[in-house]
Every structure is written in C-alpha cells, then in structure tokens.
Design a protein around this ligand. Sequence first.
Ligand SMILES: [Zn+2]
Length: 458
Amino acid sequence: MGYLLYNGIAVTGGTISEGIIRIEGDRIKDIILTENSGNIAARILADNPGLEGIDLGKRHVFAGGIDAHVHFREPGMTHKADMASESAAAVLGGVTSFIDMPNTNPPTVTVERLLEKLETAKGRTYANYGFHLGATNGNAEEIASAIKKCPERFGGIKVFLGSSTGNMLVNDKNAIEHLFRIKEKEILVHCEDESIIRQGLEDAKEKYGEDIPFRAHSEIRSREACLDSSMRAVDLAMKYGTRLHMLHISTSTELLMLYHTKQRYPAVTVETSANYLWFTDKDYDRLGSRIKCNPSIKTEADRMILRDAFLEGTIDTIGTDHAPHTEMEKEGKYTEVPSGMPSIQQSFQVLLTLFGNTPEGLCRIASAFSEKPAEIFGISGRGSLKTGNYADIVVVDSGKEFPVTKECLAYKCGWSPYEGARLKGSIDYVFVNGRLAVREGRLIKDASPAGRELVFTA
Ligand SMILES: [Zn+2]
C-alpha cells in the first residue's frame, strides 16, 4: 500500500530537482532524484502492484506547509470558525500542520486549558495540530509547569505586547522581563506599542469625529507603534538571550532594524504574513473593514521592502495569521469592527504568485513555509522532503492562474479579502501523514481527518 509520485519537481529550501517520491504508510519511504522518473516509476510500479502511481506532469512538489500562526477560534468563538472547518481550508491551501494561538475563549494560559484544547482537536482536524501557550501578567507558574511537565505538547509562548482580539495584553514590566528570561521555549511576540496606539486613536477621533475611515487604521496603529515595541523586544532578547520570534512584521523600518540585529544575534527570527506582502493602505478604500488587521496594513514602500526581505532571507517564516470573523461582525464603524481576516487557504498561492516564477523564489517559499517553522519549533519528522519524514506533501501547478471566488472558500465565515484577485498555483494533491486529503484540488470529504498532534522538541 502507498503511493508513487513521479515526474514531479521537488522543491526544497536549497534545491529544485526532478524525481520520484515513494510514500508508504505515513512516511516518505524513498526519494529518487532522476530525470528519467517515468521509466523508473514504471518498473517500481510493475514490481509493487499495491502502489498507486500518480504522474505529476512536472508539477512542483513541496513539503506541506507548517503555519505557526493561526486563530481557529475554538473554544469560545466557534460561530466564526472551528478546528474542523479551518483545517479543511488549511489543507486546501497546502498547509498540512498548524499551530493555533492562545487568544481563544477561554484563553490557553494554563496547562489544563492546553490539554483541553489538544483533546478537542483529536480526530477532528485535516491538518496536523499544535498550540502555543499564552502569557499573561500573572501566569508565570503555569508556564513554568508546562515547560516542566509537557514541553513537547506546545509550540512556544505567545506574548501580546500590543492588544488585539482576546485582550491578552502583557504590560507588566516584571512579567515581561520574566518571560524573556525563559530559555527552553520560543517566545513569540506581537509588537505594537499600546500608548502610541491609544494616542493615535485619540488623534483620529479629533480629526475625523465619530466616523473614522478605515484607511486611518495605519495612522492609528502606526509604524512608530510597531518599531518602538519591536526595538524594546529585541533589546530585552539580547539582554537575556531569549529565542525570539517576531510575529507579523509589517514595516520596512522594523526590517532594517531586524536585518542588523540578526547579524549580531541570530536567535531572533522574523515572520510576516501574505497579507502584508499583498495589500497596501491604498486597498482600504476598496476593502475597508475586510483588511483591518493588527498590525495594520502599511504602505506600498513597506510592501516592496517586505517582498525584497522575503527573497533575501531577513524574513524567515510566513505565518498566515488566519483570523476569521463573520461578515456581519465586519460590518459597522471603525471602532466597532474587530481586527483580523481569513487567509490560510490563499497564503501559499499568494507566495507562488509573487515569487513562484524563479527558482530562487520557489526555494525561498519552501524554506519560509515549511522548513524554517519546523526548525524554529523543533517539529519532529516534518517540514522537509526527506526520506523517513512523515509524508506531508503538497503538489502544485505553480503557473496555473485562477480567480479567487466565494465558492472555492472552505472557511466557516465564507468570505476572503482575496475574493476577485487572480492568484497562481492550483493546489492539486495534498497528503497528510501519507493519506490523501486533497485530490485534484478537492477535499476528500469521506476520508476521516488525518491530522495528528505535533511533537515539539525545541
Ligand atoms: Zn495573530
């Protein structure tokens, strides 16, 4: 039993080569790099009648995406999304593993909540699942206990240095210093300075009255708010030797600072999301509340530098920051509408659209979307096309262009800010633990969800 994928082009962080991938049980049994894959595959298939051969017709093969930044809204907000619905969207988008953020209701800030969440996910997700633990001003003991009791059962520790959905702001100086002293786990930070944001909101109210336009979001949650907070986080990390993961970086100024920081202090890693690579503040007039997210979408110049930094490598990972709300919740005034947008089904395709036309771009995608997240969080047996690894595999037709329509979306909330955009890269086959989750672009619905718990060794 198993599959023989042949006539495909395997893409890794450093190589692009034609070859054959043999899947047996839940693992990659063998990878044969050859330009003669059709003939060799025919022989293997003749000798192994139990194998199903799939001719990939020179399509690209990637290790399944590992998305270390999602908000699947369960428990507590399952009218927006849940683990089953959003993990189906994930695999359709080439994401075979996700790590969910702790700002659910109740929030994942104790060992007990973490174990409950793991139990909830069991047997229900199409992609492999894992969770980050959340920090608060007062849960140091819980974090210490999780590190001691079950370090392999959570990804890292999320610290909201700026407030967002779920109100998990950590603003106590001692609590923050304590968190940055943790060495055993990755510290993930949302960096936006709260006092600058508050001042920005006051200024906007004065300028616009009660009806603040959505384009003011990037004035309120300004680039200064990002840089100020990011610089403080980096300073603390360098002081205490923290392994720091900078989430959803949105400005060129932070990237410049981080470029220099990384030369001296390589334990800092940088994430952005496809949203910041795709949208600019000009899109507020067209999309309004739909692209209201935290941090805010910035300028065209920021987007340009972000794209360069992705190719050049200052940006290590892409997290989708998939953060769904219902369409109804997204209607209303600026001050009432929640921040966040659904994106997990389109992020990989945004990357393919922007960077998939060169070998360097394809390799950077493989690195940022799978290999690097696996490395940062020490995800055992996943993240790269390697013999012996779990067979989490995505096959894409990178050049194929298509419009994003409402009908293709698997999100429970049923909408996407990318609707109407033309993206490249049809995701044709997705394997999760050696089982087909997507065939010819469609979710295999009658197959039970094959997602398993991720094991974190870092
Ligand atoms: Zn987020």
